[in-house]
Design a protein around this ligand. Structure first.
Ligand code: AMP
Length: 416
């Protein structure tokens, strides 16, 4: 693999991309690579894109820069080829990565185990540690690692930083992170609650304070990250004290294709009495359940259409989803004792006023309500959607995990 020259070398003068340069953020999945070139100071995405269906004949690369969208449909065999294709499209349609003065590559890594509570500069030891944690996240960490290894080879002159989805929750109180499982078994096999979507929960809880002009230390916030994957967190004064995902991202809220909470004895039952293999059950719980399993549809836009058309399975799926969400909101109210802000974020949280309204319906007794007019429609900016009289503010705060990763990477390679 030929390294790309120039990147990481300081240009003679500051580029048009800002004095701090830019950060290339990479999120490498099992068959996809998403990327964004971010100005970590101004906060804007300079360019972004994704490679989908890596290893299939129908691979697709989409790249957006300066309002122009470019698509490539050449087959892409592996992650190395994917990243080379991304660098080629930067060279072809821009922006020029030399001019963008890439100061770091920020990699999203799903599982940091009990090892990583902060972002880390990538070296061989860090790679080995992520490899060691891989059994805890067999779907995610190996794919993240492939992206890191390929990017290090192609961009050897720029520092690479890993930012972990679990890091924000690494300091959860032991009462929240411990499963009531035999202590020795849990200890030996790393079985504890780690939490995920941490970059988003940290970003959103911080953004709430900045938008309101309040000190982070003074705010108790419940963050509801509702995307295809979904999680809730309770954040006291900027510190996470509870979260809904556990040892893996399967626990907690109902999700697009995941069950969320389920009696673990269901797994024993399906294995013993229905003859399902462990792999088949894994697939069932992670990919064939949730809204998809209940209603055959995991996109809320379609789900609402089905509900309106009188589809009973879709109605039940919506009810189960909202019921679980309300249970968590109530639980986190009790955990925090006082809730200043409830913040909705991610695909569903930012766009779906029906889910937001239903989740908080009937909570006036707790000082929580949603104003139907303020709630209406999609929100691309931080917005207060509660009426003026409530004690708890309800907000929609768009998440930006790429920017959060870019800023953490910059802070590590160029501390102020
Ligand atoms: P994410 O994983 O954060 O990208 O969220 C993806 C999910 O957001 C989709 O599966 C939809 O359920 C939901 N979503 C996206 N756009 C809308 C919209 N305009 N209205 C309702 N739900 C939406």
């Amino acid at each position: 693999m030929n390294p790309v020259p120039g990147i990481g070398e300081r240009p003679s003068s500051h580029s048009a991309f800002g004095a701090h340069g830019s950060v290339l953020v990479i999120n490498s999945g099992s068959s996809s690579v998403k990327y964004q070139l971010v100005n970590p100071v101004g906060g804007e995405a300079i360019a972004s894109g994704l490679v989908e269906r890596i290893g299939e004949s129908s691979s697709l690369l989409k790249h957006t820069y300066g309002g122009n969208k470019t698509e490539r449909t050449d087959p892409i065999a592996d992650h190395g080829a994917a990243l080379r294709a991304v660098l080629a499209v930067f060279e072809e349609v821009g922006p020029d990565l030399d001019e963008a003065h890439v100061v770091a590559v920020g990699h999203r890594v799903v599982h940091g185990g009990a090892v990583f509570s902060e972002p880390a500069l990538v070296d061989d030891d860090v790679v080995a540690a992520i490899e060691e944690i891989a059994p805890l996240a067999p779907l995610h960490n190996p794919a993240n690692l492939r992206g890191i290894q390929v990017a290090r080879e192609l961009l050897p002159d720029v520092p690479h930083v890993v930012v972990f989805d679990t890091a924000f929750f690494q300091g959860l109180p032991a009462a929240a992170s411990t499963y009531a499982l035999d202590h020795e078994v849990a200890q030996k096999h790393g079985v504890r609650r780690y939490g995920f979507h941490g970059t988003s929960h940290q970003y959103v809880s911080g953004k709430v304070a900045r938008v309101l002009g309040r000190r982070l230390e003074d705010l108790n916030t419940i963050v509801l990250h509702l995307g295809n994957g979904a999680s809730a967190s309770a954040v006291r004064g900027g510190v996470a004290v509870e979260t809904s995902m556990g040892m893996t991202p399967l626990e907690g809220l109902v999700m697009g294709t995941r069950t969320g909470d389920i009696d673990p004895a269901v797994i024993v039952h399906l294995h013993r009495n229905a003859g399902m293999s462990i792999d088949a059950i894994d697939d069932l719980l992670n990919r064939r359940s949730g809204l998809k399993g209940l209603a055959g549809e995991n996109d809320f836009r379609e789900l609402h259409n089905l509900v309106e058309a009188g589809d009973e399975a879709a109605r039940l799926a919506l009810d189960v989803y909202v019921h679980r969400l309300r249970k968590y909101i109530g639980a986190y109210y009790a955990v925090l004792g006082r809730v200043d802000v409830i913040a909705f974020t991610a695909g569903v949280g930012e766009n779906d006023d029906i889910v937001r309204g239903l989740a908080l319906q009937g909570l006036e007794g707790l000082g929580i309500a949603v104003d139907p007019e303020r709630n209406a429609g999609r929100k691309s900016q931080p917005t207060i959607i509660s009426p003026d009289w409530t004690r708890t503010l309800v907000m929609v705060v768009p998440t930006n995990e790429e920017l959060a990763i870019a800023r953490q990477a910059l802070a590590l390679v160029a501390p102020e």
